[in-house]
Ligand binder design. Structure first.
Ligand SMILES: Nc1ncnc2c1ncn2[C@@H]1O[C@H](COP(=O)(O)OP(=O)(O)O)[C@@H](O)[C@H]1O
Ligand SMILES: [Mg+2]
Length: 295
């Protein structure tokens, strides 16, 4: 079957195991996942027919209910904007209130730091880990990579695929429904511009295949640079900003949803705060009015 497994922009070959193509693809060194024949993201199951609550207080009102299940959503903001805390709420609410196990992939903070920080907001990671309701996958300094990864996958060049594989396996074993990748920037920064799109598409395909609803945390790039992550490839985008306010240069935190496929959502910029319980969005308050909101 020459041609079928031509290395293309998506290097994870997806096949239906019933067709017996898996061993063939594997023998050619591919990371076999799913699908039939040529990889087409639109052919992947789209389970966005139900809406899941985000667990972030006030956010679901802006979303007019929640996030469509199976969506991959970029949560973008500058350092300190609250992306990590924001994503804690999403996973914790899923595990505790909705019985939906979650996975937290960390590339920046160590798992110990994640556990400590979540505990500060009254969320016990250990308790959830013991019940298999939450798994923290440690890619922070490469020492936490699963032991069964091959030499090649330990190489930074294969980071995105190693993450994809770990997520897929963990999602299967704990039946995870929610995922946070903290951060996507830390993964894609390993690749030259020319490969980022392919690596990102490959990762997205895995998340969709696994049926995960995902928050992919992304650093806002400096002003004069385009976003390295193609926001148009994902289902949704939530922007967190730190905005100067008042004469003393204080900052306020704002949230805006520029994109959420399949939803009639709010577009405006709203304030939020980080409290001892996590994020609180104020959906009825506005930061700007009229044309300013676009700036
Ligand atoms: N208990 C708290 N109450 C209020 N604000 C807090 C609390 N804990 C942390 N913060 C704020 O949250 C910020 C960090 O948020 P974080 O989610 O880690 O940001 P990001 O992941 O976007 O870099 C800190 O800089 C601090 O301003
Ligand atoms: Mg963070």
């Amino acid at each position: 079957m020459p041609g079928l497994f031509t290395p293309g922009f998506v290097e994870t070959i997806a096949v239906d195991s019933k067709e017996g193509l898996v061993p063939l693809a594997q023998s050619r060194g591919y990371n076999v996942l799913f699908l039939t024949g040529r990889v087409s993201l639109s052919a992947l199951k789209d389970s966005a027919d139900d809406i899941i609550t985000s667990g972030v207080e006030g956010l679901d009102k802006l979303l007019h209910g929640g996030v469509p299940r199976g969506h991959s959503v970029i949560v973008e903001g500058p350092p300190g904007a609250g992306k990590t805390v924001f994503s804690f709420g999403f996973l914790y609410h899923g595990a505790v209130d909705k019985a939906e196990p979650g996975i937290y992939v960390t590339l920046e903070e160590s798992p110990a730091s994640i556990r400590r920080n979540m505990a500060r907001f009254g969320m016990s990671v250990e308790e959830l880990e013991e019940k298999n309701m939450l798994a923290v996958l440690d890619f922070s300094i490469y020492h936490g990579l699963p032991a069964d990864l091959g030499e090649e996958e330990r190489n930074a060049e294969f980071l995105a695929r190693a993450v994809a594989r770990s997520v897929r396996d963990k999602a299967e074993s704990i039946k995870a429904k929610r995922l946070v990748v903290d951060s996507l920037t830390a993964i894609l920064d390993h690749y030259p511009e020319t490969r980022r799109r392919a690596e990102f598409l490959n990762l997205l395909a895995t998340l969709r295949y696994s049926g995960l609803t995902s928050f992919l945390l992304t650093e806002t790039p400096p002003h004069d640079q385009p976003n390295l992550v193609q926001s148009y490839l994902v289902d949704g985008n939530i922007m967190l900003r730190l905005v100067p306010s008042g004469s003393q240069g204080e900052m306020i935190r704002t949230v805006q949803i520029p994109k959420m496929r399949g939803l009639k959502h709010d577009f405006e910029i709203h304030p939020f705060q980080i409290s001892d319980h996590g994020i609180v969005v104020f959906p009825d308050d506005r930061v700007y009015s009229g044309a300013q909101a676009v700036s």
